[in-house]
Design a binder for this molecule. Structure first.
Ligand code: ADP
Ligand code: MG
Length: 238
């Protein structure tokens, strides 16, 4: 069961408290979007879930097990970043399979997993190319494939579409929604983009200055903003 629980999570950088009293229970198979303005702490939270940042206080549980001190590779998660973070010297194929090779998954098993992932993202004809030979959208597909092939229980996305043009953003948004459904994963998706939040989320967690401002379905957030901040943020172009 890929539940994610944040219990009183805090994060400080020196004196600066950037996440405070963060409490959230995410259900198995839920698609949760952290929405909020730049600097409100979305990435910091996601990176704590991924194990890329230490947790200053509180507890993080995935599938009921405490994760605070567990290595990123040992949490059943995979993350997609805004800037793709591909290895420039490796082919597309190697970028996708490298993580599995490193964790000791056998060649035959890697090949078996590669085909459906590559097909799902339309990457078959690009396998022998280098990232620099691909468009931004294709590179982000490779990054998603690299995450998918790990068959994570929890998918983490940090503004994965921000560097793409509007048309590609629309396409990939639909693909991410489809992958979430077919993989039956639990997804946490960070964005400052309301349209992405409204179309992808089962539940939106609206954040402001390191806290939860409001939480609810897209309909609830959109039609019944509970605070001045929520009312001001929702419906304002970004
Ligand atoms: P978001 O992803 O919502 O834009 P971040 O999580 O990146 O916000 O940042 C939240 C706050 O934490 C910001 O005030 C940012 O300046 C601060 N911050 C993020 N990373 C660091 C760091 N490594 N050291 C110091 N402050 C940081
Ligand atoms: Mg961020």
């Amino acid at each position: 069961m890929a539940t994610v629980e944040c219990r009183n999570i805090r994060k400080c950088y020196g004196e600066l408290e950037v996440i405070r009293d963060f409490n959230l229970s995410i259900q198995d198979h839920e698609f949760v979007v952290f929405l909020g303005p730049s600097g409100c702490g979305k990435s910091t939270l996601l990176r704590m879930v991924a194990g890329l940042e230490d947790i200053t206080g509180g507890d993080l549980l995935i599938g009921g097990a405490r994760m605070n001190d567990r290595d990123p590779g040992d949490r059943g998660i995979a993350m997609v970043f805004q800037n793709y973070a591909l290895y420039p010297h490796m082919t597309v194929r190697h970028n996708i399979t490298f993580g599995l090779e490193r964790t000791g998954v056998g060649k035959a098993e890697i090949e078996r997993r590669l085909t459906p992932v590559v097909d799902a993202l339309g990457l078959a004809i690009y396998l022998d190319r280098k990232p620099v030979e691909l468009s931004g959208g294709q590179q982000q597909r490779v990054a998603i494939a690299r995450a998918m092939i790990k068959t994570p229980e929890v998918f983490l996305f940090d503004e994965p579409l921000s560097n793409l043009d509007a048309k590609l953003r629309g396409h990939l948004r639909v693909e991410i929604a489809r992958l979430h459904k077919t993989l039956k994963s639990t997804s946490i998706y960070v964005t400052h983009d309301q349209l992405e939040a409204m179309t992808l989320a089962d539940r939106i967690v609206l954040m402001n200055q390191g806290r939860i401002e409001q939480m609810g379905t897209p309909e609830e957030i959109y039609s019944r903003p509970a605070t001045l901040f929520a009312a001001g943020f929702i419906g304002t172009p970004n």
